[in-house]
Write a protein of this length. Sequence first.
Length: 350
Amino acid sequence: MNVKKIVKCSLILCLFLGVGTVFCGSGTVNAQEKIVYTMEKGSSRLITKLLGSHPFTKNETAKYRNLTWKSSKPKVVQVKANRKLVAKKKGKLYLRGYNKKKKKVVSIRLIVGKKVKKIQVPQTQITLPFGGYASLQAVAQPSTASYAKLYYEVKNPKIATVSAKGQVTSLTAGSTQVTIYSKDGNAKKTVRIKVKEGTTRTTSKGTVQWTKSSDASTLIWYGIPYGQSTAGTNRWKAPQPVIPWSDTLNAAVPKSGAACYGDGENYNGTEDCLYVNVYRPNTTEQNLPVMVYLHGGGNAAGTANIDFSKFVTTAKTVVVSVEYRLGAFGYLSHPALQTGTAEENSGNFT
């Protein structure tokens, strides 16, 4: 059995289904690391007013009020005795604040140039399906602004997340909003996000329809492929990569188990058996542990179609149960078949 490939595919699948760690947290960057204040040439401002105007430092002005400030480039920005800043010409510099012991307490970046006036987005309201995603396509205006970088913050990260590049991914039904700030602190824009209740999820290979357990406590995806069908030309070969599908894959009903012989002449099940079933609690909890289950049966019998719904809700975990080839379909070591790779020559095709 190619356990390494199965586990890798299973974990990738879990990430696409939102049950791994890829969707944890708000997805935003640490804005405090790259705050830049902007003034225009010829303008003047009290330093406390400058700090207070920025959304990331507006609550921190009190602790900087009694500092002595110095400019790293006095020809660009002068600091007057009353802590008033005067922008003389365009340029970049640092303002450094010192306490009474002349110890530097803080250093902030300042640009004398063009401010961001507004943030443009094509839509101020976005509706997404469960598991969908969309780009906010936010742009700072004017495009010639001296520091036009943006920062994204989501109000409720349990409903949706937003990446540092402004891509929103929905996690569960509900409403939230994303606030977009210019990192120079001069503009912001709010986009409302609504996530519809749905039964489909988009993966890297295509759209998948899911279902719930009878008591609605568990979300279930049946028969998600990690390899192509092993029938025909793929029989007695290593698993072949999944081909993306265009229609919605019905993962709401269990698939047949792997083909295995019964009386020695006939077999039941299907050779299209390289798939996993995924179970997770019907909650918004993230960072759940993932258990990969490989059924027993002496490599000749058994099935992945075991109901894990009660287990996952009790243990608060995600279960990925794996179907794989059985008997001669998965473990036939015969000289006539030993014409492929070392892996295939082993007779371990699962």
